[in-house]
Ligand binder design. Structure first.
Ligand code: SAM
Length: 188
């Protein structure tokens, strides 16, 4: 049954389901607790590849354990660096990139993604994204710096050439407490 509309993450999962297929290469640009990394590792299958970036070692250690216990670590490369430095590690076409912004749930709430590096990361992904490939960005505004990051991202998105990309915003307009906003970029 169709359950995409529960929250931004479920919408993102629905889009991943319809974009990522066995054998594809994808990037989780903010690994965190590894939920998206695991989700993608299942979708790409045995012959696919997931690159995962995070600046916090703790996040990667935890994610590696989760992947190993699920038998999915063979297709994943976890990288202890920021997504702004993606080109030092990835040199192939990707089908999808995902950014889950903000702080690590259960971690240090002062270590957050920042608009300048997030935008560099998105630009990096766009350069190696395949035709009809997709970049998803889940953006939170409830923490310090969150609203500023969202505003800077929207400025950037609004001037992306529409002949090169479709840029969409999925936002719940009838929910309280600043629900996250999902942005989707499709390369044409
Ligand atoms: N997707 C994750 C999950 O399923 O649990 C949640 C990600 S969490 C909201 C955001 C993560 O981005 C944090 O773990 C943080 O360390 C990381 N981060 C912050 N700046 C980064 C950067 N420049 N490059 C890569 N990761 C970064």
């Amino acid at each position: 049954s169709y359950k995409y509309f529960i929250n931004a993450l479920e919408i993102a999962k629905g889009i991943m389901d319809n974009t990522v297929f066995p054998g594809d290469t994808v990037i989780d640009c903010t690994v965190g607790n590894g939920n998206d990394t695991l989700y993608l590792a299942r979708l790409v299958g045995l012959k696919g590849k997931v690159y995962g970036f995070d600046i916090q070692k703790k996040a990667l250690t935890l994610t590696r354990e989760k992947l190993m216990s699920e038998g999915l670590y063979d297709r994943v490369q976890l990288i202890h660096d920021g997504h702004e430095n993606l080109f030092e590690y990835v040199d192939e076409e990707i089908k999808l990139g995902i950014f889950n912004l903000g702080y690590l749930p259960g971690g240090d709430h002062t270590i957050v993604t920042r608009s300048d590096t997030t935008i560099l990361g998105i630009e990096n992904c766009l350069k190696i994204l395949s035709k009809n490939g997709i970049i998803l960005i889940i953006c939170y505004t409830g923490h310090v710096g969150g609203l500023e990051e969202k505003n800077e991202l929207e400025k950037y998105f609004s001037i992306v050439n529409q002949k090169e990309c479709n840029v969409l915003k999925f936002q719940f307009i009838n929910q309280i407490n600043n629900p996250p906003v999902l942005y989707g970029i499709e390369k044409l």
